[in-house]
Write a protein that binds this ligand. Sequence first.
Ligand SMILES: NC(=O)c1ccc[n+]([C@@H]2O[C@H](COP(=O)([O-])OP(=O)(O)OC[C@H]3O[C@@H](n4cnc5c(N)ncnc54)[C@H](O)[C@@H]3O)[C@@H](O)[C@H]2O)c1
Length: 321
Amino acid sequence: MKQQLVVLDESFVEEHLDMKTCVDLMAQTLENVETGEDVQYLRTAIKMPNDNILGLMPGYSNAGYFGTKILSVYLQNSQEGYPSHQGQILIFEKEHGQLKGVVDATSVTQLRTGAVSAAASKVLANPDSASLALLGAGEQGESHLQALLTQFPLEQVTVWDKNFERAQEFARKENEKYPVSVTACQTSQEAVKDADIICTLTPAKTPIIEADWLKSGVHINAVGACTPDSRELAADIVKQARFFGDNEESVMHEAGDFLLPLADGLITKDHFLGTIGQVLQGEISGRLNKKDITVFEALGMAVEDLAVANYLCQVANNLEE
Ligand SMILES: NC(=O)c1ccc[n+]([C@@H]2O[C@H](COP(=O)([O-])OP(=O)(O)OC[C@H]3O[C@@H](n4cnc5c(N)ncnc54)[C@H](O)[C@@H]3O)[C@@H](O)[C@H]2O)c1
């Protein structure tokens, strides 16, 4: 049957992708990677002469689709009022390889990244976690707050950014949206000192938090550093933590948080305990006790984008009928 092409823009994504649904979809997708239902390929990040990145992220699902996310990454954009990640997800049906959807990648990336961290936090963080620290007051700060609120009884939220005014503006806006207290902090140390869950959401190249500053039992979603030469976590955190990732191959190729302490001989490869999909499947243990420090290293997977794009194409097709 000839495939009808569906083109879905940012407003369609925002209107039809409920965050709680997205968290459940991401938990299922993380498991699907482990069972082989979804196949994840290593991404290609092309550094262009203007120092920005053209990214190609392919994936395949036995559920009936495959495709790629194609996007530009302009990390300075937030200072000038543009999104840092912009592009499209191209999704094909797997029987005859017809293009079935073109879905706005900026909004999907924003929402699914927070949802993935929330799915990981659900199995790694202490369930009574009430305080959250967001390091980075950008798009991911917004998405992580929205997603974690669907899973935890949060009362206190702190936010830090190297641009303090941005953190203040973030706190003002988010305080209006949710019935939680959001406070801007002048330092990352102040922001994390009482946090049960920390999300690192910056393009920092060097560590923004240290082990001595952390509360016992904290869970960290390390999201911002996605290249082998950048990291947000000090090596002493990684060394003490039970360390998990979204995908082993990606962690071993792209995660500076892991690869830099590994190169310095502070940890061995065995320090990587496994993927969050393995934890979700019950194949490996996540947190062993209330006092463990746990880290989820999120590098992002195309199968996450494709699962969301597939879901939204189904929603659009159902609306047409
Ligand atoms: N792992 C994933 O799947 C995934 C997905 C999307 C984005 N990311 C990464 O997450 C990070 C945040 O993305 P975003 O879309 O929120 O970006 P953004 O540009 O909207 O926000 C980034 C924020 O970090 C602040 N910042 C920049 N450098 C900093 C530093 N050295 N220390 C502290 N704060 C600093 C900026 O002022 C800005 O407020 C980026 O590094 C991006 O590449 C990862």
